[in-house]
Design a protein around this ligand. Structure first.
Ligand code: SF4
Ligand code: SF4
Length: 233
């Protein structure tokens, strides 16, 4: 069995063992063939998200994906390559801060029911693997786009009954945020945690409308609001 790995050029490696995960194969190559091969890994059980790469153009976790003969393994898209399969995700991670994707004010006397907790559980399961940013065609064109996991995280707190500053959170995601997404769903298809950032962005749009914002694309056609989608009130 052979696999190709994109380094500074594509390098083909022969593997003796079949039925391996990609991470096991990378470990084999590093220990028996080429110690200079660089890749990231942590928990080896799909929890830490650090081993995300692309195989045949699609984002996967190396520790979960089972290799096939002829696979082409590449680093994630839309992030600078540090070396081989290791990328620098700092820019994408910085959008959590830009979007203020955290709990900023708690209403003390609101208790969450079991159902409420379940509602926030999905978005809280994000492991920051970066696959959604790699797959996002809008982030590929606009490096200021807040992007899938940050917007998912904003929805996690906007939908939290205890959050006091929902309006502020919605205000923060109007520029390079919810209206820039094309709802293509590519982020959902590659998420190893089953999170749909596309669906979360749709909910954030609905919540934006409740706060008086409208899609700036409609605004520019004269359907009301400012050209920047600012509230009409
Ligand atoms: S939303 Fe999914 S694909 Fe995106 S970083 Fe989180 S776990 Fe990874
Ligand atoms: S649905 Fe939106 S956030 Fe997700 S990949 Fe498409 S453009 Fe990017």
């Amino acid at each position: 069995m052979k696999i190709d790995i994109e380094r500074e050029r594509v390098v083909c490696y022969e593997l003796k063992t079949k039925n391996q995960t990609l991470l096991e194969a990378l470990n084999d190559i590093k220990t028996t063939q080429d110690a200079s091969l660089a890749y990231s890994s942590g928990c080896r059980s799909g929890v830490c998200g650090s081993c995300a790469v692309r195989v045949n153009g699609r984002e996967v976790l190396a520790c979960s994906y089972h290799i096939q003969d002829g696979d082409l393994v590449e680093p994630l898209n839309n992030a600078p390559v540090i070396r081989d399969l290791v990328v620098d995700m700092d820019r994408a991670y910085s959008f959590n801060a830009k979007a203020k994707a955290w709990q900023s004010g708690i209403v003390d006397d609101v208790l969450l029911s079991h159902e409420d907790e379940k509602l926030n559980e999905v978005q809280s399961d994000c492991i920051l693997c970066g696959s959604c940013y790699s797959a996002c065609p809008v982030y590929a064109q606009n490096s200021e786009f807040l992007g899938p996991f940050s917007l998912t995280r904003v929805w996690r707190y906007v939908s939290d009954k205890r959050e006091q500053n929902k309006k502020e959170k919605i205000d923060n995601i109007q520029t390079n945020g919810v209206w820039d997404c094309t709802l293509c769903n590519a982020c959902t298809l590659v998420c190893p945690q089953g999170i749909s950032s596309k669906a979360d962005i749709e909910k954030l749009r609905a919540r934006s409308a409740m706060f008086g914002y409208i899609d700036p694309n409609f605004a520019s056609f004269g359907f009301g609001g400012g050209f920047d989608g600012s509230p009409t009130f």
